[in-house]
Design a protein around this ligand. Structure first.
Ligand code: COA
Length: 446
């Protein structure tokens, strides 16, 4: 463990033994000084202990989680925060160098994960200290954007992150009818097996990678442990479900699988019907595969309903279902994005239509992003350069992040008061250009 930045601070007790920071008698918060430290694999027990407290997860899951966690983190970028030089750390986070798919390409991304602060030390500025550290660290490492899944919506906007994609979950009744596919779209042949890392990991990873490059918002699974994540299934935490199964849509000779579903079934009490199919991960690379996999999953004997994993908003299931109102779609935020290097980010994606606009961007935390930017480009690429020309549109970096993957239109964000059209008539073409026909989505919550 080594200090990478330091302030000074009161408090020398380990996490779990300090009284909460109640402030002085007038209710003013005491000044707290934060020390950020680089952690190593030797710090895994303390790291996990803080995350267990922060995320309220059960000890029985610890062994499987800890093993995979230790292997999945990039230990060049895992940090703890302490409240004094010689005090133990009370919060931690890490980031993983991913490649993020964006419209028409990929950009270097820092995937923030495992952000947690011990409950006795919350609201003392530990997260703010970690986020300020992260923004500097990731910019220095040449990352163009940062991305994360937010445990709660109100946390990350203040640090310039914007909700950039959404997901959909459905509860589909057994036997729900699907429209036949239009035209000729042959379905693949299927294999149904007990999910087994040794046997299936490489095959499924290849399919995931072939799928994700066309899906803005998705990240590569860099480490073996990332690819193994969907297989983690400790028996102690199954709560009456069977072990994980995998339904694989086979590819042509020498081609990656066309799709797969990792899922498990459970039956209520001593019942012999009315069970639930829970889908943990679903990937389909073409419409015939989506139709074949969903048809099989919604018609398993003894099951009453199927609960999907998070899906993209444009998942084909919404067009395949005859009654798409029946499953009561639940929409949630998915990936949050923070633009770290604005010109590289905007030049790193393609645009759905020609764009030639000047954006005035505010950014309270990364000064080099703030100012006026001339964005020119179209479906074949783009340039983004600093300019003194008058701006067409003005917006905060957080709002630009929400529009960046094409998931939220500038027009809708303007309707919400988050984009100002300074020159009449410039919003519509810019909004059209930043849109994208494939909804952004990460199938993997890291
Ligand atoms: C969320 C969490 C990391 C915040 O850490 P923290 O050290 O208490 O946060 P800070 O004291 O640095 O707060 C920074 C700001 O964020 C706000 N904030 C922090 N957590 C918040 C939350 N859950 N909801 C709304 N605002 C929050 C604070 O009020 C503060 O606001 P300010 O800028 O107006 O002063 C911590 O409470 C935690 O570990 N929670 C459980 C696990 C979790 O949710 N982790 C995040 C995973 S994505």
């Amino acid at each position: 463990m080594s200090d990478v930045s330091a302030d000074s601070a009161p408090g020398h007790c380990p996490p779990g033994h300090c009284p909460p920071d109640t402030g002085d008698r007038q209710g003013r918060r005491r000044a707290v000084r934060h020390v950020i430290r680089a952690l190593t694999r030797e710090d895994i027990p303390e790291f996990l202990s803080i995350d267990q407290w922060a995320f309220a997860f059960d000890n029985v899951q610890k062994a499987a989680f800890a093993k995979n966690f230790a292997e999945s983190m990039d230990w060049d970028h895992v940090y703890g925060v302490a409240l004094a030089d010689d005090a133990p750390h009370v919060g931690n986070y890490g980031w993983i160098p991913f490649s993020l798919a964006v419209p028409g390409g990929t950009v270097p991304c820092a995937g923030v994960t495992a952000v947690g602060v011990h409950p006795l030390h919350r609201r003392k500025g530990c997260l703010r200290a970690m986020m300020q550290h992260h923004l500097t660290d990731a910019v220095e490492a040449g990352r163009v954007v940062s991305a994360l899944f937010a445990a709660e919506m109100p946390i990350y906007g203040r640090f310039g992150f914007g909700p950039a994609s959404q997901s959909l979950r459905l509860t589909i009744p057994r036997g729900a009818a699907l429209h036949p596919l239009a035209g000729s779209c042959p379905g693949p042949s299927l294999r149904l097996e007990i999910a087994d890392q040794e046997r299936h990991l490489d095959e499924l990873a290849e399919c995931y990678e072939a799928w994700r490059v066309r899906r803005p918002g998705s990240v590569d699974r860099v480490e073996h442990a990332h690819r193994a994540d969907p297989f983690i299934d400790p028996p102690e935490s199954r709560q009456g479900t069977e072990s994980l199964r995998v339904l694989i849509a086979e590819g042509e000779q020498g081609e990656p699988a066309r799709g797969y579903a990792i899922f498990c079934r459970s039956l209520p009490g001593k019942g012999h019907s009315g069970g639930t199919v829970q889908v943990k991960e679903f990937i389909a690379r073409d419409p015939g595969t989506a139709h074949t996999l969903w048809s099989a999953l919604v018609d398993l004997d003894l099951m009453g309903s199927l609960r999907t994993c998070p899906l993209s908003l444009d998942d084909p299931i919404m067009h395949l279902l005859v009654d798409s109102r029946g499953p009561k779609p639940e929409i949630s935020d998915n990936l949050w994005v923070r633009i770290l290097d604005l010109p590289a980010a905007l030049a790193g994606r393609d645009y759905a239509a020609p764009v030639d606009t000047v954006l005035e961007v505010t950014d309270e935390l990364i000064g080099s992003n703030a100012g006026r930017w001339h964005l020119r480009g179209g479906p074949q690429g783009a340039h983004c350069t600093r300019t003194d020309s008058p701006a067409d549109l003005s917006l905060d970096v957080r709002t630009l992040a929400s529009a960046y993957l094409g998931g939220h239109s500038l027009g809708a964000l303007a309707e919400g008061g988050l984009v100002n059209e300074l020159v009449p008539g410039t919003l519509l073409p810019a909004s059209t250009a930043l849109g994208w026909p494939v909804a952004p989505f990460s199938a993997w919550c890291f």
